[in-house]
Ligand binder design. Structure first.
Ligand code: C2E
Ligand code: MG
Ligand code: MG
Length: 859
């Protein structure tokens, strides 16, 4: 309660230090000042930019106006001229105008007029376009009607005044200046309708505009379509041409901002940091003052809390206090005694303390006698039965009572530790038992064996059985850990049921159990026990809707023969178990000394193989399969070899069985499959590749998924892959194998039954399973020539296979005679040393190349 109160109070701000307020105020002012300065700066920049816009517009307007004025003046010098009037009115004198260069090419080359025309209302009488005299109509070049222009000029009061228009000249904006051609002498006033009109066209090209802009301090004066004008851009429109004149804005305001803001920002940052540093320092000092107040207050609170706590502990204490005299009779018991033990103190006063308390390691009187005056109280664990008869434990502490330098009695406390002892016992139990099954674990087994073998030869004979479950891992993997746990619990129960009270059943971990049989002398007895045990474990285990089948292999060591060292017994049983497993599971095996070497060798090989799988120490050899006439290769079988670091190239028989007994078959097979597909991709054409699958793969992994993954990852077409499966696959799990093979077929691969005739399978199997072909085992082919009976068997298999629509291959063809017989028996395909031995990747690539070259020269 106190603690809670303290916490709440410390959360409430009791002091609101002035320094913090000051920091807030000055910080606020600082931020405000910065804001005002930034706003002012932006205002100035905006005004500067607005001024720039106005100036830009003004000068653009000025530039174009002045160009027009200049053009007007210039045209007047041509039109208000008697000689011109005489040569241009009526029919134009081209010789005078163009050839004599009075109104010819120089108007373009020197004065920059793209068009010079003499027109009247009806026609164009004279035309010079870009300095060239042309017979052309001015209307064809300009995007404006000329009649209204002529009418306007001829109708105006001052005939000498020129007119100006904007138009598109050949698609690009231009200034058109036009004026009536008049004599400037004293002749009587000419009739306006009869006069010709001179037209100058000044196209506003980029070059001209840039030069014009430069004269007025405008950067990049140019034309922009009205539809493409940026909003707010100052532009001088050129009437109906759809274009406006614009030049680049200098934007002095923005320049100012860009040049001022970074240094200003930097300066503000430094200022802010300095201010922050200063106020931090000030704050720390202020906090120290606050803290001193706080700590004072906390000390007071701690004191109060400690008193409270003491009282609470005192009330809750389970200790009781006792005193005895020199004879060990109880002279005093505190009030708590009654509460804890259920007795009244009067029942015990005057009684010997050893009647009440019991210590299993020493008599209490002896222990008390060892205590000295100087010694601080020491503890002894005692037990007693309380009023209700329940066994309780207490920790007793004692000191001698000294009177006139003599010990006249003892005094001490007794603390109840019943719960502590129970918890300790629980921990002990856990450390010696398996948490899942409750069976003794490895520690307990070790202790048990230590005790049981202590008497060595005099001890009763011990038989140690190492039990390993077959088929447990797939259950755990496929149905999950709850299923695995259920199986282990059931197995533990069955093991208990099979054993007697004096035997021990322990779980070492995973699916490994140990049974220690005590006093069983004869092998026949042990055999009978093993038979019963395996039989019991073979019974299906029901889990949810599943009926799970497991089995067990047992390795046996016997103390009379393998000695009385627990570790050695376990080791021997383990070796025997290894042997039992390699003998085909669901069996038991006694340890024999020669197993040591075998096991050693196997273990070494297994560890080498494990490393080989990791480091891909394998290579594939390839053996082609031919049509029975021996001409065409129809498929190529991939056969694995192990490039052993010390033993050289090992054939599959040396390591596939071992890989099958361990989980190594799965990664090895996947490597073979991938390597075969990748190699086959490099061959020309669509040659089929054949890969052997092991029955063990069907049990240990999801073959369909493995094949699918490799096909997808290598992009090898399934139709070029053939899988060779032996009959043994079907022996283990008929339904499961059928299901898997159907799923494999659905991937699009071919299935061949390998080594046909060696297993138990009848031809009937072939009907049920989705095979595409069979390979007659090489043993039949080898004996074909010796015995007519074997020849007949081969013939029968060929005929039957063909009748079922299967491709029939004969393996192991070693002679021309065999090939001949198979040809006359109309076997489909053949494979064997006679045609080609298995060869490595490079040699096979050469073989393919040679055949290709041969077939080309042949054709
Ligand atoms: P298999 O699938 O029946 O392969 C044919 C075996 O017969 C090969 O032996 C091959 O070299 C041999 N052979 C071929 N033609 C002749 C011949 O004319 N005369 C004689 N005497 N033998 C011939 P290899 O390569 O030693 O393979 C033995 C077995 O190992 C294979 O029998 C196959 O079951 C297994 N195997 C090979 N590679 C793999 C693999 O990658 N995975 C699996 N699971 N098993 C494989
Ligand atoms: Mg094969
Ligand atoms: Mg074969």
């Amino acid at each position: 309660m106190d603690f809670a109160a303290t916490t709440t109070r410390s959360n409430t701000p009791r002091h609101t230090p002035i320094t913090r307020r000051l920091v807030a105020a000055v910080g606020g002012l600082f931020v405000l000042g910065v804001l005002v300065a930034v706003v002012a700066l932006f205002n100035i920049a905006r005004q500067l930019d607005a001024q720039d816009v106005r100036k830009n517009f003004f000068y653009t307007e000025r530039a174009v106006e002045n160009r027009i004025t200049a053009s007007k003046n210039y045209i007047t010098s041509y039109t208000y001229w008697t000689t011109a009037y005489e040569h241009l009115n009526g029919e134009v004198d081209v010789q005078w105008a163009y050839a004599d260069q009075n109104m010819g090419k120089t108007l373009f080359t020197n004065d920059g007029y793209e068009g010079v025309f003499v027109i009247d209302r009806e026609r164009t009488k004279y035309a010079v376009v870009r300095g060239q005299h042309q017979q052309t109509d001015a209307r064809a070049h300009m995007d404006m009607p000329l009649e209204p222009l002529v009418d306007q000029l001829q109708a105006q009061a001052d005939l000498t005044a020129p007119a100006v228009r904007y138009t598109l000249f050949e698609g690009w904006p231009a200034i058109v200046t036009a004026s009536v051609i008049l004599p400037n002498d004293e002749r009587p006033r000419v009739a306006p309708q009869g006069t010709s009109v001179l037209v100058f066209v000044d196209q506003l090209t980029h070059v001209k505009l840039r030069a014009l802009g430069q004269n007025y301090g405008l950067t990049d004066l140019h034309l922009v379509k009205d539809s493409e004008l940026a909003p707010g851009q100052p532009a001088v429109p050129l009437d109906s041409t759809g274009y406006s004149l614009v030049s680049r804005l200098e934007r002095p305001g923005q320049h100012l901002l860009w040049s001022l803001l970074p240094p200003l920002g930097g300066a503000l940052l430094i200022l802010a940091l300095l201010t922050a540093y200063f106020f931090r320092y000030a704050l720390r000092t202020a906090r120290q003052v606050d803290a001193s107040y706080d700590s004072l207050e906390r000390s007071t609170q701690a004191l109060e809390a400690s008193e409270e706590r003491f009282r609470a502990v005192a009330e809750a204490a389970s200790d009781w206090i006792w005193e005895i005299d020199g004879e060990g009779h109880i002279t005093y018991l505190s009030g708590r005694f009654g509460t804890v033990t259920g007795f009244s103190d009067r029942q015990w006063l005057g009684q010997d303390i050893e009647q009440l308390l019991y210590c299993d390691t020493t008599p209490i009187a002896l222990w008390l006698g060892t205590l000295t005056q100087e010694q601080s109280a020491s503890n002894l664990r005692c037990s007693y039965r309380d009023h209700s008869g329940q066994l309780r434990f207490c920790r007793v502490s004692a000191r001698p009572i000294i009177d006139k330098a003599a010990v006249v009695g003892y005094r001490g406390t007794a603390s109840d530790i019943t719960d502590e002892v129970a918890a300790h016992a629980q921990v002990q139990h856990l450390s010696l038992h398996d948490a899942l099954t409750g069976l003794p674990n490895r520690n307990k087994l070790a202790r048990y064996l230590d005790d049981a073998l202590l008497a060595k030869e005099h001890a009763p004979p011990l038989t140690l059985l190492m039990v390993d479950l077959d088929n447990f891992k797939p259950i755990n993997d496929s149905l999950g850990h709850p299923a695995g746990d259920a199986v282990l619990l059931e197995v533990a129960q069955r093991l208990r049921d099979c054993t007697r009270e004096q035997d021990l059943v322990a779980r070492l971990g995973g699916d490994e159990f140990v049974v220690v049989l005590s006093g069983m002398e004869h092998t026949t007895e042990i055999d009978r026990f093993c038979e019963r045990l395996i039989g019991s474990l073979q019974q299906p285990i029901h889990y949810e809707t599943h009926s799970l089948h497991i089995g067990a292999s047992i390795g046996i060591a016997v103390s009379r023969r393998q000695g009385h060292v627990p570790g050695e017994l376990i080791r021997c049983a383990d070796i025997a178990l290894y042997q039992a497993k390699s003998e085909g599971k669901r069996t038991w095996c006694y340890f024999a000394s020669q197993m040591n070497d075998q096991i050693q060798h196997r273990r070494q090989l297994e560890s080498d193989l494990r490393q080989a799988v990791r480091q891909h120490e394998f290579v594939l050899h390839f053996q082609p399969r031919y049509t029975v006439d021996g001409r065409d290769i129809v498929a190529v079988e991939a056969l694995v070899r192990w490039q052993h670091p010390t033993q050289g190239l090992l054939g599959p028989d040396a390591f596939i069985p071992l890989a099958e007994q361990t989980d190594l078959i799965v990664p090895l097979s996947n490597w073979v499959l991938r390597e075969a597909c990748e190699t086959a991709l490099s061959w020309p054409g669509e040659l089929m590749v054949s890969v052997n699958l092991s029955p063990a793969q069907f049990e240990r992994s999801d073959v369909v998924e493995d094949v699918r993954r490799v096909l997808i990852e290598t992009r090898f077409p399934a139709s070029r892959l053939e899988l060779e499966i032996t009959e043994n696959v079907m022996l283990n799990d008929v339904d499961g194998a059928l299901h898997t093979m159907n799923a494999l077929k659905e991937l699009g691969v071919r299935l061949n039954m390998d080594d046909f005739g060696t297993g138990y399978s009848s031809l009937g199997y072939l009907r049920t399973y989705p095979f595409d072909g069979i390979k007659i085992d090489k043993r039949f082919i080898a004996s074909m020539s010796n015995s007519s009976n074997d020849r007949a068997v081969v013939q029968a298999i060929i005929n039957l296979g063909k009748a079922m629509g299967l491709t029939v291959t004969a393996e192991g063809v070693e002679t021309l005679a065999q090939l001949g017989s198979l040809g006359s028996d109309q076997c489909h395909e053949v494979q064997g040393y006679f045609l080609s031995r298995p060869i490595d990747k490079q040699a096979f690539a050469h073989l393919l190349q040679d055949r290709q070259a041969l077939s080309k020269t042949g054709s």
